[in-house]
Design a binder for this molecule. Structure first.
Ligand code: ADP
Length: 620
């Protein structure tokens, strides 16, 4: 009892363990995915922001570097501008980014100047439609002045009138809204429009569109998103696509580009001054290279009233400390807070969520696949171990039953031989009886040996069949003939029902006859004394010839019926009844029939009889 339950318990325990492992795997993979998602979301946001910072820095570099003193334009002394130009070219990676510089005054009907890098000076040139457009916009803009002209890829920088006491410009990111209110409260006065320095002219920095689109943006894309896992698209204010690696439908991260808020303008920064600016915000940047003093102290954002009724605009407030009376200088809002373009980044799987979910599903699939494979292997090992056990038991039974089968004929042969040797039988009739006895038992023995050899041959795949077109009736008659002596001996009545004109079948006549003989022998062997009857029939139908061997013998229990064609199988009832046999006969019959391309089936009722039907395909 203990022996048979143990393996089953083991298998159940192992399967349960696999179930627990699968549940743990599921939970853990879920946790890992959440952590992965956080990490990847942070990473894509950082990469996107860095992309934006790098791009903006390049544009800001091309803009703020060219802030010049207003006197330069009056005196037409280009030394300062040339210095700036050389400085910028020395620092930038994209010296072709700026295509042209133009300057025009803050008034209609004035000449236009263009920078000539070869002559290193601004010279007068003709107005083009494009520059005219820029001038019209700049002159009309007043408060809403926009330094970026996205359409023309141009940066427009106002040149302010000289402020005697103001020889430095500090530009700083505006404080957030709450700080704004506070700084107004502490301000000593409310600045008005008259406090603003006047614009005297405008410097136009024309950028090269192809350098931006074909050099800077692709370079930044491969720098920040080198793996190609993400699709990038940059769209302009009018929703036009500026650049894209792939279409972006829903962004995982986005950032504003083409932004002139110099919160990261380290490129041109006078870094020594940074710590002295004070406050926790150390993002302030000194733009003017001429600044030698570090006396800039307070920077606040203020709100001033403009001419337009009920309108207020944010301003940057600069207070210079090194003067006797600290003076606040205001600049116009030439620092737009937002960029003109938007960089949108989307994972190539559709979204980060999709990607994480896909990866998780793949991992789950692989893990569950492996666990499932393990479970199937455990079950298969268990089943085949059980089968091997049953088979081993059958082989032991086979050896003992074969030995038993051999013992009886051997005993008969031995005693008949002994009698003959001792001269017990002297009369001719007696001697011939002994002779026939020895012959009969010898034949039985050799049949048994043949059957065993047949089985061994069939199993090693060495058995060859000589298939030819054969007449089924002839084969059946031959099989019956071979069994005739036993039929007579047992006193059986044989009924024959062989249809006329049976088609030929492709068969090995000897092997097929042997198979039919096996079925007939079984009918004789498993008969009851009351019903000594067997019937053999053959008919044609559905492209097959059906040969049936029928008896009214002991019959086969339904639970045994499905096993009778297995090698070594013998029903418990026949073993208990001590009916001799080795359990190989039917397995050999099946083997033979299948080698002929046919099949065998059996019907039986316990105590009533059995019928074995061989189905063979018709030749041709
Ligand atoms: P063997 O007859 O040597 O035992 P077989 O392979 O010929 O081996 O038959 C397997 C088993 O099928 C038999 O042990 C018996 O239980 C059952 N069997 C076969 N033929 C018959 C039959 N005609 N009537 C009843 N039982 C049968």
């Amino acid at each position: 009892m203990k022996r048979s339950w143990f393996p089953i318990l083991m298998v159940v325990a192992l399967l349960a363990l696999l179930g627990v492992l699968a549940a743990l795997q599921y939970v853990w993979l879920g946790q890992i995915s959440d952590a992965d998602k956080d990490r990847m979301t942070r990473r894509v946001q950082t990469d996107t922001e860095r992309f934006g910072e790098d791009f903006n820095r390049e544009i800001q570099g091309a803009y703020f570097n060219f802030q010049t003193d207003p006197e330069m334009w009056q005196k037409k002394d280009w030394t300062q501008f040339n210095e700036r130009y050389d400085f910028w070219r020395g620092k930038t990676v994209y010296p072709n980014l700026i295509r042209d510089f133009y300057f025009f005054e803050n008034a209609e009907n004035t000449p236009i100047l263009q920078y000539d890098p070869a002559k290193r000076e601004f010279t007068e040139t003709g107005w083009t439609d494009e520059i005219k457009k820029l001038q019209t916009k700049a002159l009309a803009a007043e408060e809403k002045f926009q330094p970026v002209d996205e359409e023309q890829f141009a940066l427009v920088m106002p040149v302010h009138e000289a402020a005697k006491t103001f020889d430095r410009i500090l530009i700083r990111k505006p404080d957030p809204a709450p700080g704004l209110t506070k700084s107004i409260e502490t301000m000593p006065f409310t600045p008005t429009r008259d406090d603003l320095p006047k614009k005297t002219g405008f410097l136009v920095i024309k950028l090269d569109e192809t350098v931006v689109k074909n050099q800077i943006l692709p370079d930044l894309a491969s720098k920040h998103f080198p793996d190609g896992d993400f699709n990038l698209a940059i769209v302009g204010n009018r929703d036009q696509t500026i650049f894209q690696t792939e279409n972006v439908t829903a962004a995982d991260a986005s950032v504003k580009l083409f932004n002139l808020s110099p919160d990261n303008l380290i490129f041109f920064a006078n870094k020594d001054l940074l710590p002295k600016i004070g406050g926790s915000n150390s993002q302030g940047v000194i733009i003017n290279q001429k600044v030698q003093s570090s006396s800039v102290s307070t920077i606040r954002t203020a709100t001033i009233k403009t001419d337009a009724p009920k309108k207020e605009t944010s301003r940057f407030e600069f207070e210079l400390k090194n003067e006797e009376k600290p003076r606040t200088i205001l600049r116009t809002n030439s620092l737009p807070g937002d960029g003109n373009w938007t960089l949108k980044v989307q994972h190539s799987a559709g979204s980060l969520d999709n990607f994480i979910a896909n990866t998780r599903n793949k991992n789950l699939g692989v893990s569950f696949g492996i666990l499932g494979l393990l479970a199937v292997s455990i079950v298969l090992i268990f089943v085949s171990a059980q089968r091997a056990k049953v088979f081993a038991q059958r082989q032991i039974d086979f050896v003992s039953s074969v030995s038993h089968e051999f013992r009886t004929p051997l005993a008969v042969i031995y005693s008949a031989g002994e009698n003959l040797a001792d001269g017990v039988a002297r009369e001719e009739a007696q001697i011939s009886r002994y002779g026939n006895l020895i012959k009969g038992e010898g034949r039985k023995l050799s049949k048994m040996v043949e059957q065993i050899l047949d089985f061994a041959g069939a199993n090693s795949g060495k058995k060859k069949y000589d298939l030819r077109a054969q007449d089924v009736r002839e084969i059946i008659e031959n099989a019956l003939g071979e069994c005739q002596s036993l039929i007579d001996e047992k006193g059986f009545a044989v009924e024959k029902d062989l249809a006329e004109n049976l088609p030929l079948v492709k068969a090995d006549a000897n092997a097929l006859s042997q198979a039919i003989q096996n079925l007939i022998f079984n009918s004789l062997k498993y008969s009851t004394p009351a019903e000594k009857w067997l019937k053999i029939s053959a008919k044609n139908g559905g492209g097959r010839v059906k040969i049936a061997v029928e008896d009214k013998g002991i019959g086969i229990a339904p639970k045994d019926l499905k096993h009778i064609f297995e090698p070594f199988f013998r029903a418990k009832a026949v073993v208990d009844e001590q009916i001799h046999g080795n359990g190989l006969g039917l397995s050999l019959v099946r083997e033979t029939v299948e080698a002929h391309g046919g099949k065998i089936s059996a019907e039986s009722e316990l105590g009533k009889g059995s019928r074995f039907i061989v189905h063979l395909p018709v030749d041709g």
